[in-house]
Design a protein around this ligand. Structure first.
Ligand SMILES: Cc1cc2nc3c(=O)[nH]c(=O)nc-3n(C[C@H](O)[C@H](O)[C@H](O)COP(=O)(O)O)c2cc1C
Length: 339
């Protein structure tokens, strides 16, 4: 079982391995980083109500995400430019996802070609994250390559019409070509466009409100993903743990699954997320710290540590399987702003 300080250990190891400007790019958020901090602290406000005497001799984390069987509900969020963290970049992260039976979401801003990452994943399911770019033909071309490479779904990132001012990531090597910048004029109609050009289900990433989840469903989305981009877009945005119940309720009413990311650092955070209505919880920075600290082995170590920590939390809470993580397992105080 895992010491909760382990993920901090990985961050410290990564920090030692990285150039300070690269570390800042990964660690940082926007503004004064209120949302970045709130993402982590909000999970700790959710008290678990453990069940006792439930025979927890065998605990399993197996589940499905968008109908696909996975070993764990802990999945890997898209993070850009992984070559800055490790020379094997996304290919190493892909190998770790494959070896763990997790689900990987590959960023539009991948350092390695989509085809190479798809080959490293083999039969393991993966999704492609889409930034719709100003030049939509570029997006179409990338999506077609992802489809050819076997992506099972597209994750449309909806919270990044442009980058905010003052992000702690002004690394000059990260400048994108003007025509590859995100399109600021995205609407719900783009969900239909992506479905049409790919034939794949579209998951909308960056949803923080119930009414937006309802609108995504009406526009043909397959699922919604509660995210504030790890506190890197609108500083002041609600912590994902606080937004999750409202979004999950609206999504469930429309028959959609809900996923969440942001500040998930321990197994008990995943338990809380699932109890609040998420089908899966995604990690951003913890995977990057693993990659920087040790390539594919490092990512695998991080993932396995979190899965072990989730198993431990489940057993201690009296939940033997994912379906037993129900809403009565947590007590969620009403959200009262960002704390
Ligand atoms: C360095 C970095 C790069 C990211 N790049 C992308 C990206 O290319 N596309 C995207 O949709 N989200 C991106 N994200 C957001 C993550 O997918 C995810 O929402 C966030 O990291 C989750 O929070 P966590 O880091 O606290 O786990 C990035 C996040 C980080 C930290």
């Amino acid at each position: 079982m895992v010491d909760p300080s382990d993920s901090l250990g990985a961050e410290e190891r990564a920090r030692a391995a990285l150039d300070p400007s690269v570390y800042d790019y990964y660690a940082g958020g926007s503004g004064n980083e209120t949302t970045l901090a709130a993402n982590v602290s909000a999970w700790d406000r959710i008290a678990v109500r453990p069940r006792v005497l439930r025979d927890v001799a065998a605990v399993t984390t197996r589940t499905t995400v968008l109908g696909t069987p996975v070993n764990t509900p802990i999945c890997v969020a898209p993070t850009a430019f992984q070559a800055l963290a490790h020379p094997e970049a996304e290919t190493a992260t892909a190998r770790a996802a494959r070896e763990t039976g997790s689900l990987l979401v590959l960023s539009t801003r991948t350092s390695r070609p989509v085809e190479e990452v798809a080959a490293a994943l083999g039969p393991t399911p993966w999704w492609f994250q889409v930034y719709v770019m100003r030049k939509r033909a570029l997006t179409r071309e990338l999506v077609e390559r992802a489809v050819a490479g076997g992506a099972r779904a597209l994750a449309l990132t909806a919270d990044t019409p442009y980058l905010p001012r003052g992000r702690r990531d002004r690394n000059p090597s990260l400048k994108t070509e003007p025509e590859a910048e995100q399109a600021p004029d995205l609407t719900f109609d783009d969900i239909g466009w992506l479905r049409e050009i790919s034939g794949l289900p579209v998951v909308v990433k960056g949803v923080l409100r119930g009414d937006d989840a309802t609108a995504c469903a009406a526009a043909g989305a397959a699922a919604v993903w509660v995210s504030n981009h790890g506190g890197r877009q609108l500083d002041g945005a609600v912590a994902t743990a606080d937004a999750l119940p409202e979004v999950a309720e609206a999504a469930a009413a429309a028959g959609l699954e809900t996923y969440v990311d942001g500040g998930i650092r321990r197994g008990v955070d995943v338990l809380r997320a699932l109890a609040l209505g998420a089908r899966a919880a995604f990690i951003g920075r913890p995977a990057v710290w693993g990659l920087a600290a040790g390539g594919a082995d490092g990512v695998r170590t991080e993932l396995l540590a979190l899965v072990g920590d989730l198993e431990s939390a489940m057993g201690l809470a009296g939940a033997r399987s994912i379906p037993e993580i129900t809403s009565d397992l947590v007590w969620h105080p009403p959200a009262a702003g960002i704390r």
